[in-house]
Design a protein around this ligand. Structure first.
Ligand code: FES
Length: 123
């Protein structure tokens, strides 16, 4: 059996991919503070091996900036703050309950739908 590469091991341990927009509007709305809070909380919760955070350019949701997306759940969060980033880590990434107050869209039934107060676990 072939030995797994570090990259393959990392992919197999990853459970969530978090996209944080640092395009112009989101940066103006302090997305870099959201990014820093997300990194800090992921570290505090010992999720380094399970969560990948990627900075993106504009995701075309500028009026709702800063924008954060969590996959594989497909939840789009709006008007993010550092406090909301901490909640997303503790509630969504750890417990599997998305933060309804900040969720704008979620992927459900093959398409993105406006979020109502439903839990990720209810899929
Ligand atoms: S700059 Fe972030 S959604 Fe446009």
């Amino acid at each position: 059996m072939a030995k797994k590469s570090k990259s393959q091991e990392r992919m197999e341990s990853m459970q969530h991919h978090v996209l944080i927009c640092c395009g112009p509007s989101c940066t103006q709305a302090s997305s870099e503070d959201v990014l820093a809070a997300m990194h800090e909380c992921v570290k505090t919760e010992n999720l380094d091996e399970k969560v990948r955070i990627t900075v993106t350019d504009c995701m075309l949701r500028c009026s709702q900036s800063p924008t954060v997306i969590v996959y594989p759940d497909g939840v789009w969060y709006q008007k993010m703050t550092p406090e909301a980033a901490e909640r997303i880590v503790k509630e969504h990434l750890v417990l599997g309950d998305f933060v309804a107050e900040k969720a704008q869209y979620r992927f459900l039934g093959g398409k993105f739908e406006p979020c109502k107060v439903r839990k990720v676990k209810d899929k």
